[in-house]
Design a protein around this ligand. Structure first.
Ligand code: DLZ
Length: 156
């Protein structure tokens, strides 16, 4: 998982399956939206670039990352895949651990229950700078990677 000095969003566009005809929903956490909105932008631009039509990218907003699984559950029936976008920055207490574990488990359960890709596009940084680095900074944009993951999983 070492990502130091690597821009994770550099990828070979020809290796990504087309999203033509696919409907991919996005659920975005409003908490830390200076981070989550750039992630959303990265995800949407990538889906469009790979053939998903704008009208086929329904996007909904939830208050915080904890609400991402329920948000995803609300739209999962109407789409082929869901991308969940959030950012939980470590603080003085263990709140981040509780949120991250709950969200990861909630998202995984949705994957298996609905047999559809539900992508964990949630940053779990130790500090603000690590978040910025992954939302269009020196480590790329995790929203782009979440979109690519969705397209690859739809191809399985
Ligand atoms: C409460 C809270 C805190 C302290 N930190 C974050 C965070 O860093 N990132 C995030 O997405 N959400 C945070 N939240 C909000 C929770 O996700 C949730 O919205 C509230 O606990 C209400 O359920």
């Amino acid at each position: 998982m070492a990502t130091e000095l690597k821009n994770l969003s550099d990828y070979d566009t020809t290796s990504v399956p087309s999203g033509k005809g696919k409907k991919i929903g996005i659920v975005v956490s409003e908490w830390n939206n200076h981070i989550t909105y750039p992630l959303l932008k990265g995800a949407v631009e990538t889906l469009l670039q790979h053939g998903v039509k704008e009208k086929n990218i329904p996007t909904i907003f939830v208050p915080g990352s904890f609400e991402l699984p329920l948000g995803a559950q609300k739209i999962i029936e109407e789409v082929d895949a869901v991308i969940c976008i959030g950012c939980v920055i470590k603080g003085e207490t263990k709140h981040d651990e509780y949120i991250n574990h709950a969200v990861a488990e909630g998202i995984m359960k949705l994957n298996l229950k609905h047999n559809k890709p539900v992508i964990f596009g949630v940053l779990t940084p130790n500090n603000e700078q690590q978040a910025i680095d992954r939302a269009g900074g020196k480590h790329g944009n995790k929203g782009i990677e979440a979109a690519i993951t969705a397209l690859k999983m739809l191809k399985l």
